[in-house]
Design a protein around this ligand. Structure first.
Ligand SMILES: [Zn+2]
Length: 139
């Protein structure tokens, strides 16, 4: 299930990041998903609700921003966003050529509650946190 594995990746990356900063709870995750990835935002949200259970991300709000791909017109060289696979230049009506964008799949930022009492104890909780966390850019 495509959406579920993406949701799992989002949770994994957010969990690692939250643990790294010593967060107690993740409140919100901001993601950017390109139109070309052809994923259903609603399915991602549903999969996320399952994937986040029992993790620090449980009950967090998932925000998804859909990005569009961009094309360039071979006639007027204007850059435009491609919506619903419509490659027609809005200025002169010829078909544009693919430029970039639309294939993003990334966790942009997370908002988390950080425990005020956290004192950075290296022997106790700190060590636990380090073990679970890993450095991974996006997913
Ligand atoms: Zn044009």
């Amino acid at each position: 299930m495509h959406e579920f594995s993406i949701a799992r990746s989002i949770v994994d990356v957010a969990t690692a990041e939250a643990e790294r900063v010593g967060a107690r709870r993740v409140k919100r995750l901001n993601c950017r998903i390109g139109e070309m990835c052809q994923v259903d935002g609603r399915l991602i949200s549903e999969a996320f609700d399952i994937a986040c259970r029992g993790t620090i991300c449980e009950d967090a709000e998932l925000q998804i921003e859909t990005t569009h791909m961009h094309a360039v017109c071979p006639q007027c060289w204007r850059r435009f966003a491609v919506h619903n696979w419509n490659w027609t230049c809005p200025h002169c009506g010829v078909d544009g050529e693919k430029l970039d964008g639309g294939d993003e799949l990334e966790l942009v930022s997370i908002e988390a509650e950080v425990d005020d009492d956290y004192s950075g104890d290296p022997e106790g909780l700190g060590a636990e946190r380090t073990r679970g966390a890993r450095e991974s850019p996006a997913f």
